[in-house]
Design a protein around this ligand. Structure first.
Ligand SMILES: Cc1cc2nc3c(=O)[nH]c(=O)nc-3n(C[C@H](O)[C@H](O)[C@H](O)COP(=O)(O)OP(=O)(O)OC[C@H]3O[C@@H](n4cnc5c(N)ncnc54)[C@H](O)[C@@H]3O)c2cc1C
Length: 244
């Protein structure tokens, strides 16, 4: 990569909030306008930096939730109660506000649309954010690569981007949702935490040699990765992103 492009990615720059969209009970999509955005790959993230009036700074990473084809660079932030940064991003930011941001960052946890292997996505909580970019890019690029999502959330109200996920279901993408804490009457999806059996039953089988991306809180990601290895998937086929 050219030195200027690398410098640009690592330099803080201003992004303007172009839209704020409710994506779940505790999650908002921030659509950001960024001058001269050089594009990104689904799976990459940005760093966001906030500065208090007294100069105190806090910095956090957020996956890019929009496809490269999108006119805005979107992040989906879930409020972590008692958190330092996420409550501000979810509750306080308004259209027209500015944020400091750098990126796109990361070259490992990404999906290239020209890959032939089936793609399995496994998300826990806000870990679905990078997969919204992957799914939208899969649709926009007209990819014929088989793709499916297994997604664990606490309650139906915590499922992020439900309407968009439904659109992917309607174009033929299998999306399986597990609700861990509470299920509405008549819930047809999965119940409870992911077990090795759930993971095995609701992901592409080993003989289809899928590539697998797993994203979410550390304990979730590690449990799912162990289940995938136990099911026989080679470790080299599994890429993980921990949200900590
Ligand atoms: C590469 C990367 C991409 C990320 N992408 C996203 C994203 O797309 N959307 C998103 O909402 N978050 C994402 N995160 C997590 C994000 O960076 C912050 O950690 C999160 O927003 C909490 O920040 P905070 O300042 O509100 O909480 P903090 O003040 O940092 O933490 C407060 C408390 O909450 C705990 N905590 C921190 N993060 C979480 C969490 N995710 N779940 C449960 N408990 C937590 C901490 O251990 C601490 O006890 C990503 C993290 C990484 C490393």
């Amino acid at each position: 990569m050219a030195r200027a492009a690398i410098r640009r990615r690592l330099t803080w720059r201003l992004a303007t909030v172009a839209a704020v969209t409710e994506e779940a009970r505790t999650a908002r999509r921030l659509s950001l306008g960024i001058d001269d955005w050089e594009g990104h790959l689904p799976g990459q993230h940005v760093d966001v930096r906030l500065t208090a009036p007294d100069g105190y700074q806090a910095q956090r990473s957020y996956s890019i939730a929009s496809a490269p084809e999108s006119p805005t660079v979107d992040v989906v932030v879930q409020r972590v109660d008692e958190g330092e940064v996420s409550p501000y991003l979810v509750d306080e930011l308004r259209v027209g506000d500015e944020l400091e941001l750098r990126g796109p960052i990361g070259g490992y946890f990404v999906w290239h649309a020209d890959t032939d292997s089936p793609l399995q996505l496994v998300a826990g909580g806000s870990g679905v954010a990078p997969f919204l970019a992957v799914l939208d890019h899969h649709a926009a690029a007209g990819s014929t690569v088989p793709i499916r999502l297994l997604y664990s959330a606490r309650t139906l109200g915590d499922v992020i981007a439900r309407a968009r996920l439904d659109e992917h279901v309607h174009r033929g993408v299998p999306v399986t949702i597990a609700l861990t804490r509470e299920q509405p009457p008549g819930w047809a999806g999965l119940r409870g935490r992911m077990t090795p059996e759930t993971v095995r039953e609701h992901t592409w089988p080993v003989d289809q040699r899928p590539r697998i991306l797993v994203c979410g809180p550390t304990t979730f990601v590690e449990a799912v990765a162990d289940s995938l290895v136990e099911a026989g998937h080679p470790t080299a086929a599994i890429k993980i992103e921990r949200f900590g």
